[in-house]
Design a binder for this molecule. Structure first.
Ligand code: MG
Ligand code: ZN
Length: 222
């Protein structure tokens, strides 16, 4: 008896979440918004990737950002400096964003103006992978200092990702044990059609063009 009840509750919850995701997809479709869910460890360069992408594209596209953080508005303030619309979600300790939070955030944004929406997820390689936010693409960041084995250690998030972006390639020379080929190899083992892109966002030799090219040319998923 108790068991049946519990299952019913779980089904209701997941159905409700699916409905919210559907609503979000409809909103994106109606407003011609393409949405990217940016996931990665704390310090992997999520905010920096968004900043540099805005610098590259702001004259061509209207970009908006939803910033997910446990506390603080530090990252949102960084993004706001670029003059784009930013909405901060403080999760109050919750380690991921969910569709309900995104749905609420969208109700506060000027949707018709937006071409590209970035959602910066909470820095975490575990549970963001099991929450559909209605995004078109899931992007997982793997920074050079983290080493090449993250796909093996956190296979679920890689399985759910469309693209792996290697960040901090500008400091590769200081990490002789890091191998891009090894990381890509692990990622492809888990998700054979995962797209792989390398970026260097600081220092003299900025490399971001492959990422921006992909971003500009990818089709919405609906
Ligand atoms: Mg950040
Ligand atoms: Zn979580």
């Amino acid at each position: 008896m108790n068991k049946t009840k519990e299952i019913t509750v779980l089904e209701r919850v997941s159905k409700k979440n699916e409905e919210i995701v559907k609503e979000i997809r409809t909103i994106f479709g109606e407003n011609s918004i393409i949405c990217f869910n940016i996931m990665g460890s704390p310090g992997s360069g999520k905010t920096t990737l968004i900043e540099k992408t805005i610098e590259k594209l702001k004259d061509k596209k209207t970009i908006a950002v939803i910033e997910g953080d446990l506390a603080t508005t530090i990252d949102a303030e960084r993004i706001r400096e670029y003059g784009v619309d930013v909405l901060q979600i403080n999760t109050g300790g919750m380690c991921h964003l969910d569709a309900q939070l995104i749905r609420n955030a969208l109700s506060k944004m000027d949707l018709s103006a937006i071409d590209i929406l970035f959602i910066e997820n909470v820095g975490n390689l575990v549970c963001p992978s099991s929450h559909d936010l209605g995004e078109d693409y899931r992007v997982i960041l793997a920074s050079v200092p983290e080493g090449p084995h993250k796909p093996k250690k956190y296979p679920v998030i890689y399985k759910e990702a469309d693209v792996v972006v290697i960040t901090k390639a500008d400091i590769l020379e200081h990490f002789p044990d890091f191998s891009i080929e090894v990381l890509f190899g692990h990622a492809i083992e888990i998700k054979p059609d995962i797209k792989t892109i390398k970026v260097a966002l600081k220092g003299e030799d900025i490399q971001i063009d492959d990422w921006v090219y992909w971003l500009e040319n990818v089709e919405p998923k609906k």
